[in-house]
Design a protein around this ligand. Structure first.
Ligand code: ADP
Length: 185
């Protein structure tokens, strides 16, 4: 697939953050993680951070309009010119439609990397990772939110963007190699 402006999608705990950082680094793409952006805003105690804290801590979704604004601002920065890898966005069909509509002619989405990991493996991994927003209840809730709100994005974009479905179970390096093989030279 054309591997310039990409989305990486996958359930919480699929390892998409780690893989996104690696793939972006190797390919010189701007890695845009909305989860990282929100956590940084929360840690810095900015207006945005205070506004989203309870939502993020509870494993719910920040409102679409706010996320779209945040992402479009970020996509307007010069380091995205060589390509970008969006990690954690879009997370709803409305975000996906909003993104496609808001991108101007010189920025088009090329493809989706989908990391596939079975549910029991996800819960196990997330508990072992131990991030502040990772209690078992929150993990299960975030998984539910993924299935209800994010998974439908794949159907909505089906046939409109190339997609590489990647088996996300295995060693980190092995999974990176699978993604690289799917993206091609
Ligand atoms: P994970 O990698 O575990 O799936 P992220 O780091 O991507 O989680 O995001 C953490 C939290 O930040 C989400 O559970 C959600 O509350 C919020 N968030 C991140 N991206 C979005 C988005 N595109 N829309 C709404 N909320 C978001």
């Amino acid at each position: 697939m054309v591997a310039k402006n990409l989305l990486i999608m996958g359930p919480p705990g699929s390892g998409k953050g780690t893989q996104a950082a690696r793939i972006a680094e190797r390919r010189g793409l701007a890695h845009i993680s909305t989860g990282d952006m929100l956590r940084a805003a929360m840690a810095a105690g900015t207006t945005l951070g205070r506004r989203v804290k309870d939502i993020v801590d509870g494993g719910d979704l920040v409102p679409d309009a706010l996320m779209l604004e945040l992402v479009m601002y970020r996509l307007g920065q010069p380091d995205t010119a060589a390509g970008f890898l969006l990690d954690g966005f879009p997370r709803t069909v409305a975000q996906a439609e909003g993104l496609i509509e808001a991108l101007s002619g010189d920025q088009v989405l090329d493809g989706i990397i989908l990391l596939e990991v079975p549910e029991d493996v996800l819960v196990e991994r997330a508990l072992a990772r131990g991030r502040a927003d990772d209690t078992e209840e929150t993990i299960r809730h975030r998984l539910r939110v993924y299935l209800d709100s994010t998974r439908p994005v794949l159907a909505a974009l089906n046939g409109r963007l190339d997609r590489a479905d990647i088996d996300g179970v295995g060693e980190m390096d092995e999974i990176t190699a699978r993604i690289e093989a799917a993206l091609g030279a």
